[in-house]
Design a binder for this molecule. Sequence first.
Ligand SMILES: [Mn+2]
Length: 331
Amino acid sequence: MFTSKKDDLLKYLKGKNLLITSHDLVDLDGFSSGLSLKFFFENFFSNQNIDLIFSEQSKQTKSFLKKFTQKFPNFKLSFHTNKEFLNADVIIIVDSNNLDQIELFNNRDLNTPYIFIDHHVNLQKNYPNNISSLNLIFDNYSSTSEMVLKFFDDYNIKLPIPYKYLLVSAILTDSGFLKYGSTETIRNLNSLLQDQVEIQDVLPLLEREKEVSEKIARIKALQRVKLIRIKDWLIGVSYLSSFSASAASLLTKVGFDIGIVVSEDKSDYRITTRAKKQVCLKTGLHLGKIISEINNVNGGGHDGAATLNGKNDVEEILNQLIDKIKETLIN
Ligand SMILES: [Mn+2]
């Protein structure tokens, strides 16, 4: 399925000016898959314009890049940050299928067709100008980087060492260091971790010392947390203005099976959720699907990690979310 769709996509892209981009505050998976896909296209197609744009980078991407560029000083990180740069026949969006997460598309009428390559739940939004028949959206992959790796494997294009570091790093972080990974994830890591790539050389690039503001936020999340018990499952609900993702996964580390963190900024709010793999496996819980079923909010994600954004009705949406989680846990 993926293989045949991949061939159709490449046929379509041939001879066109391509622009690759990813979601805002690009994480390591969006960053590495975007950069690697650009390298693949450059080798697969000849004489084609291929550009790459990222808006802001996430804290983790920035911290990774600092160490990565020290390790590979000659590696050319070629991407733009200029949002006005839109001279493309087609745009390829990696690691998201939600336009609300992509600044390039905000507040502008963009007539350029675009295609998603992504491993999140397919939101099936039927966006205008999206060539949905060419979308590669497969949520059985633990990272977009593994989907991009498939391009290299199937067309026998060799990955230079720095790209292997990028992909390994992205796969490790997106799979929660294999917590959310599958046997296929390990197989992919194994194929990348050969010869000159030693996992113990990659891991230090992914260590990030938390700033004091983040440490305080995490402690506050623990001070404010409310416990909801459903059978033997424990849900923690807390409130924080920032670092909600960090706090939600912290909740699952201190004993909650599911962590929910609500962040409000005037009328806008964001609810970040994390669940332990065991809950998802034993009960069929899929946070991304639950969130995409709630009306009047934006969001989605994976079984064990998902986020929603909305306006004005935070308590009502939070109750809806908790009720839907309860339903799954009771059945
Ligand atoms: Mn990803």
